[in-house]
Design a protein around this ligand. Sequence first.
Ligand code: FAD
Length: 476
Amino acid sequence: MTTHDRRAFLALVLGALGGRAAGQAQRGAGASPAPPRFEGQLASTARHLRAAADDWGRAVHRMPAAVLRPRTVGDVVRAVAYARERGLKVAMRGQGHCVSGQAQAAGGLVIDSSPLNHGAWHGTRALDAQAGALWRDVASRALTARRALPVLTDALVLSVGGTLSAGGTGDTSYRAGAQVDHVLELDVVTGTGALETCSPDRNRELFEMALGGMGQCGLIVRARLRLVEAPHSVELRRLAYADLGRLLADQVALCDAPIATLEGQITPEEGGRWSLSLLVGAVTRGDAGGARPGWLSGLGFAGEDAPASARFWDHIDRRTKRLWASRLEPRPHPSLAMVLPEPAAAGLLADIMSSASDRAGIWRIEVFPMVRERFVAPLHRLPEGPLSFTVRLQREASAEGAPDHHAMLESNRRLAARMRAAGGKVYPPFAPEQSPEDWREHYGPDLWARLAAAKARFDPDGLLTPGPGVFGGSRT
Ligand SMILES: Cc1cc2nc3c(=O)[nH]c(=O)nc-3n(C[C@H](O)[C@H](O)[C@H](O)COP(=O)(O)OP(=O)(O)OC[C@H]3O[C@@H](n4cnc5c(N)ncnc54)[C@H](O)[C@@H]3O)c2cc1C
């Protein structure tokens, strides 16, 4: 960082602080600390600030004062310590794939984790990954030793730190829980600017409050990830359904079947109809066309495609190209992900599918079962009851601020309220803006008290991650 950059940072920070706080900071700056020397880049051009004030949802825009592209973990430590001294808010941003400003910090400092993307083996059964690494890169490295992550997100171009701050679920979650359930150790920079290592055996409270904690108690800078043996290939079957109830019932029936992946897909068709299908993968050694598997018997599908064998990598990487392409389009994606208690899932889904206003802009609904006892991390919230369903409404609007965009946001708010009333939980990065009351309800009284105590301990000045609005304030 050049002297010019540091002066620019100070000017930005003082400008952002304004008024009395700026006066205090100026006095402080005169008395001692110069702005930190970063090894990475402090970007302050309008282009960088605008990018950090945007996300996949394109509905919320909060301009930061500066964006740091750290080169080292030390940069993150220095940035948080300095921000604390100056009373600045700090948010870490992975790939910005959240939808309601969760990774933004108005007038504050956004730390772009993407340059922190190194990885290293820890023995043969675990990988260390820095927070900004993409799951695609981690999975690819693991596969060089025929290892795999137990749970991968459907889109691999999400950051390790971003999904570990939320939960991280995908087509193996029905049997393996969430990504946060397979973390062995973390390095976290807390709101006091301390770099701490934590695990189930060491500093456990920080560990549990960082995983799925939406960056409230600390910024994850490294995760040690458990690996399992990778399949050679996956034999995929697409089963077609005529009935939503059967589609859901068969997902439940398959939760204990000898299969490898499971995802329901509901796709709009011409004339207001929907195509319902179940994509089921079973591990093979690349020799598709063997005997018909026993787990197919007793299911209620109406038709099936011929099974297709895919190399494991091609299967997990299947959505990358489409996602890269859609990143180039400046369209808003007012998507919504929620976890519904099993008894409420069919009714709510049927209502969404039959309502012209709620089905607007949906290009696919993804549905998969969650067996509660297979999920461990406390802050990754699931509804009460042994079984629930993740339901993701993938939406795209025509343009930011267009009438269809507003209508989809309104539909999401309506559906989130209805889901809460039914005992469901939002998936925080893929949810409408929540009030502190919504968050209290999300966690429930005991967990809320625990998170609030951890916040007071690890981020006593309330600097970290204002975007989700967990502890109220102005989200700045
Ligand atoms: C196309 C698409 C597909 C998706 N598929 C899945 C899926 O299969 N499974 C799934 O679980 N989710 C999925 N998501 C949902 C969700 O948006 C992401 O899980 C989440 O936002 C992570 O993405 P990100 O790395 O871009 O993090 P961001 O969106 O940048 O950040 C998410 C939140 O975490 C905070 N944060 C980021 N990094 C850190 C860190 N290192 N330490 C502390 N806090 C941090 C941010 O401040 C923000 O509050 C998908 C999203 C999209 C757009």
